[in-house]
Ligand binder design. Sequence first.
Ligand code: 6PG
Length: 240
Amino acid sequence: MRSVICETQDELAIVVAELWCRWFNDVQERPQPFSVALAGGSTPRSLYQQLATEPYRQRLNWDRHRLFFGDERSVAPDHEQSNYRMAKDALLDPVHIAPTHVFRMQADSPDIDQAAREYQSLLEKNVPLHDGIPQLDLVLLGMGDDGHTASLFPDTGVLKETQRLVAPVYVEKLNTWRMTLTYPVINNASHVVIMVCGENKAERIRDIFQDQSSEVYPIQGVKPQGELYWCLDMAAARYL
Ligand code: 6PG
């Protein structure tokens, strides 16, 4: 596990963009595209905007990418709360990535359970398997101030899911359904980057970094076989 503390969120975006470019270049010789699960929420927006501008726009060949999502809210794709819409506005449209290279989680489906099963099939068909599980090249994650990541929220049954790679989850405190990747597929990734910004996350970051062996918070269940990077801004890292 490596951690990087950046002065600002914009600097953090550049650090993560450079990591993405390095890992993308490392596999340029192989035929399979570079597969990424995008994070939702607001933190990743500056990263996506960086990737859509020079030099990253040119350094990353979007035809050799397949983009997935770590989680999605049960809203339409054009809803202001949609993770897909945030990524579309900040990255997908500006880089003109082919729609066939982007796989939206249809968490707005009337049958979210079936939609989750279909999304798992998409992952299994479009991402090379390792130990029988799709091995994403890169999973981007954020963290809520309650220590959730993707839609792996405290006190939800999905935290104990060991079979399904994509699952629906009812989040009591938000009174809403979500769709999320589960630990088995997140922890099978080659690289995982957790991006955390803001003072409101500082106490949680302190708790997590003070006792890295505990699993009090859902994000502490992220233990990939591959590389794990924590990328924090100074505000989130103020107690470290
Ligand atoms: C979501 C995200 C979620 C997010 C955290 C942090 O759909 O909300 O996937 O896990 O990463 O809640 O959100 P912010 O980046 O907005 O603080």
